[in-house]
Design a protein around this ligand. Structure first.
Ligand SMILES: C[S@@+](CC[C@H](N)C(=O)[O-])C[C@H]1O[C@@H](n2cnc3c(N)ncnc32)[C@H](O)[C@@H]1O
Length: 403
């Protein structure tokens, strides 16, 4: 691979914003990709993937490059040189790479790779928490899987097309895909690509949604004609799936505390040909109270640490703080206590997170079941999805039934 100066500059500029200004990697990258209209798919791929890679391996590369935060531009070039050296890329004759100690870089990499927190490039507190919650063996395997690049998975919109028809349509555009056994609506891209430009996407034939996330709507056992409340709907990844499984029949009420996310949900619903969703922003507790005992099914896709989705959000390793996790656990229990009351007698509740920590998952459910509100519920089953076993995001989902 040959390095191109303007693409490398884009990566360095992006990393300055992510590391020093606290900006989100996905937002920075989408801005960077608008920089030059002449960039082709390969150039764009280089900018996005290199930036993500250096964000992912920040601690390891900084340690090897012997640089400390806050990073100046030279520090970031040194980390870039570490990235390129470890990838086996020949460094061009640019001033930034003068005196790059190639052999020393490889030696330090081998030495640091013996220590998990450096090898996996994570903060000390995260390494300790992961081991405490999952045990040494599972955490070691899981954090390694969470550092891999995520596949691009599509969820076929069965309101508009079939898996076979979409596969054929994408194949004609040179996007090769495969079915995933056990994920009925999923298509996996054999190679990463930007599928958002396709007519198929614009026509709402699919959404991009990780395979583990696609399990959640199925877990809720919805049927056409039901009244379903998606209580933490966000921009509606799961709401759309639920509405689709209900074949547009019945009602899905999508709630969130952020109205702007629900506006995005409405745009997506339109594209998907989904018209049985009503959005309600939770501005006061009245919105919830009005729904008590009214729903056949309730999904609580709770706010969480996001530790199961580090593959697609590597900067969360550096943004997350232990205090945030402690606070979000309190919010999770409050949400469970309040929103469970929306389920009517005989109805079902799914509590889900994209976390792999038992304290955000089964421990929350166990606590809930012993509480006053929880006494009305029976535990049916749960799924603990670990990335190193499934190959997809880490997730948790529990199904409860109201007596
Ligand atoms: C895991 S995300 C939801 C993702 C979404 N269900 C999807 O599939 O795309 C959690 C959501 O909970 C929302 N949230 C946070 N606190 C909440 C609360 N107290 N009540 C309802 N929603 C809340 C957040 O705004 C966020 O959109």
């Amino acid at each position: 691979m040959r390095l191109h100066r303007n693409l490398c500059f884009a990566v360095i500029d992006g990393l300055m914003l992510i590391f020093n200004e606290g900006q989100y990697a996905d937002k920075v990258i989408s801005q960077l990709l608008k920089r030059d209209k002449r960039w082709g798919a390969r150039d764009r791929g280089f900018v996005a993937e290199t930036t993500y890679d250096i964000v992912r391996w920040k601690r390891l590369y900084a340690e090897i490059a012997e640089v400390k935060e806050p990073f100046d531009r030279d520090n970031i070039w040194r980390m870039f040189a570490v990235w390129a050296t470890l990838k086996g890329i020949k460094l061009p004759d640019w001033p930034y790479f003068e005196n790059t100690p190639t052999r020393k870089i490889k030696g330090k990499f081998d030495e640091l790779s013996k220590i998990r927190k450096y090898r996996e490039s994570i903060p000390d507190w995260m390494d300790e928490l992961g081991e405490k919650e999952l045990g040494k063996e599972l955490w070691t395997k899981e954090i390694s899987a969470l550092n891999e690049q995520a596949d691009v998975i599509l969820r076929v919109n069965t309101l508009k097309t079939t898996k076979e028809a979409l596969q054929a349509e994408l194949f004609d555009l040179d996007f090769d895909t495969e079915f995933l056994p056990n994920y009925p609506d999923a298509l996996k891209l054999k190679e990463r690509a930007n599928v958002f430009q396709t007519e198929a996407f614009k026509n709402g034939f699919f959404e991009v949604q990780d395979a583990s996330s696609q399990l959640v709507a199925d877990f809720l056992n919805v049927e056409p004609g039901m009244r379903v409340v998606d209580a933490c709907a966000g921009a509606g990844g799961k709401t759309l799936h639920i509405a689709t499984l209900m074949q547009n029949k019945g009602q899905v009420i999508a709630l969130d505390i952020y109205g702007n996310k629900l506006n995005e949900l409405k745009r997506r619903a339109k594209r998907n040909g989904v018209f049985n969703v009503e959005t309600r922003a939770i501005e006061t507790t009245k919105v919830i109270k009005k729904l008590y005992d009214k729903a056949d099914r309730v999904l609580i896709d709770a706010p969480c640490s996001g530790l199961g989705v580090l593959r697609r959000n590597p900067d969360a390793k550096w943004k997350l703080q232990p205090e945030f996790i402690e606070n979000i656990k309190k919010t999770q229990q409050e949400i469970l206590q309040q929103y469970a009351k929306i389920v009517k007698s005989g109805g079902q509740l799914v509590y889900a997170t994209c976390s792999i920590l038992p304290s955000e998952n089964q421990d929350q459910i166990n606590y809930f079941l012993t509480s006053e509100t929880g006494k009305d519920f029976t535990f049916v089953t749960d799924k603990k999805v670990l990335s190193h076993i499934s190959g997809y995001d880490g997730f948790y989902m529990a199904l409860l039934k109201k007596n």
